[in-house]
Ligand binder design. Structure first.
Ligand SMILES: Cc1cc2nc3c(=O)[nH]c(=O)nc-3n(C[C@H](O)[C@H](O)[C@H](O)COP(=O)(O)OP(=O)(O)OC[C@H]3O[C@@H](n4cnc5c(N)ncnc54)[C@H](O)[C@@H]3O)c2cc1C
Length: 385
């Protein structure tokens, strides 16, 4: 492995074609970055793009609180790519950097002071504010909801609307000659002589290529398991509620003890909470979901309580399904070394990471060279345990 990267604008590819399963943010970002490098790319998805986790994500762009140093660096590089995008598209309503605000519940579990100290120690932009001071930093909060330990405001955080971003990336992908296949159902990786040689769909369509990327979100561990590869899986079922439009001054992404609230295009808000998914969603035997209306109403109430004026929030849509989370919480990106030509991308925080992971994985797929920023995120860490 080399620690010096070549100029990625040079076409130093060792392959000419790739096929990707999954048109979520990881698959589409990787596909576009490969196409930009001159690789011939086909993306195969089992329906319209963004019909998985990327279509029902809170999409808060952040590296808040504590995590491993390589993971923090990757997230900061992820945010950097969004800042570049925001500079190319100033003022759009699908990518905003208007900060994030977080506070904890009362009691021993309150980590606000420790999180603030840690964030400032690593240069992560953070302000520790008492309830009465928050209005000066960011508008639209009901300060009565904030606990006595106060809140952290992170001015550098933001949010992205992933379906809009995916649409934009796919437009450029098409102009570069990329092919998107959405009408052939589920796909699987074809392996011949121990190497990945392409992708086959349930309808029998086959796409051969020099390299295959598995970017099927929550389905990655199971699909890797089908070819004998272990990827630790901690994927829970998640629930995202989208509100109807509402004239409201809230601009920051809120991460609070009972609800996360994120402004969204058109004056709508996206809401989620782990407890709401745990209590409100039941998986039926056929794999579909039962949603408890009372729990969804309770989630709307929690959101209303943290918003200025406690507005009446109404449901526009509800998204339910797996939230991809690797078993050890860290991203899983790169080659499945036991099967040459086979690459994976599977991670939590895929909104924050979407652009950078696509860029670095495309570098690895195209050049066959490992990128040092992905060194601790290799899939084989699960097999060597
Ligand atoms: C409720 C919720 C909140 C979140 N909050 C945040 C946040 O605040 N910040 C953040 O950074 N991230 C957040 N995330 C995580 C982030 O949204 C995901 O990590 C990211 O969207 C995953 O993208 P993906 O491309 O890996 O998977 P997906 O978006 O799931 O894409 C995979 C695609 O593959 C398709 N597919 C699956 N199997 C097959 C098959 N066999 N053949 C063909 N196609 C197939 C699926 O239909 C899907 O379109 C959140 C996620 C959820 C669900």
């Amino acid at each position: 492995m080399t620690n010096r990267l070549k100029d990625t604008t040079m076409k130093d590819n060792t392959i000419t074609s790739a096929v990707i399963i999954g048109a979520g943010i990881f698959g589409v970002s990787t596909g576009l970055h490969l196409a930009r490098r001159g690789v011939r790319v086909t993306i195969v998805n089992d329906g319209p793009p963004a019909n998985g986790a990327s279509g029902r994500s809170l999409s808060w762009l952040n590296s808040a609180r504590m995590r491993s140093e390589p993971y923090h660096r990757l997230r900061m590089a992820g945010i950097d790519r969004y800042r570049t995008l925001a500079a190319r598209f100033p003022g759009v309503d699908w990518l905003r950097f208007e900060g994030g605000l977080t506070w904890d519940t009362e009691g021993e579990g309150n980590e606000i002071d420790a999180a603030y100290r840690y964030e400032t120690s690593i240069g992560y932009d953070a302000q520790h504010l008492a309830a009465g001071d928050i209005a000066r930093a960011t508008p639209g909060l009901d300060a009565r909801a904030i606990t006595k330990q106060g809140a952290i405001f992170n001015p550098g955080e933001g949010w992205i609307d992933l379906p809009i971003l995916i649409g934009l990336l796919l437009k450029e992908f098409a102009t570069l000659g990329g092919t998107l296949v959405t009408d052939q159902g589920a796909a699987s990786v074809m392996i011949e002589g121990g190497r990945a040689i392409g992708v086959e769909t349930v309808t029998g369509a086959r796409f051969t290529a020099d390299a295959v990327v598995l970017a099927t979100g929550p389905a990655v561990p199971k699909m890797a398991g089908d070819v004998g590869q272990t990827i630790g899986d901690g994927t829970p079922i998640a629930l995202l509620v989208q509100t109807k439009p509402l004239a409201h001054p809230l601009r920051a992404v809120l991460n609070t003890p009972r609800v996360a609230v994120r402004p969204a295009p058109g004056g709508t808000f996206s809401l989620d909470a782990d407890w709401a998914a745990d209590e409100g969603v039941r998986v039926r035997e056929d794999g579909s979901y039962d949603i408890d209306d009372a729990v969804v109403e309770a989630l709307l109430d929690e959101a209303s309580k943290v918003m200025e004026g406690n507005p009446k929030l109404e449901i526009a849509s509800i998204g339910v399904g797996g939230k991809p989370i690797p078993g050890d919480g860290e991203p899983v990106v790169g080659a499945l070394k036991a099967i040459p030509g086979y690459y994976v991308a599977f991670s939590h925080s895929g909104a924050t990471l979407g652009l950078i992971v696509g860029e670095l994985l495309a570098y690895e797929v195209a050049t066959g060279t490992e990128h040092p920023m992905l060194a601790t995120f290799r899939p084989e860490r699960f097999t060597s345990q």
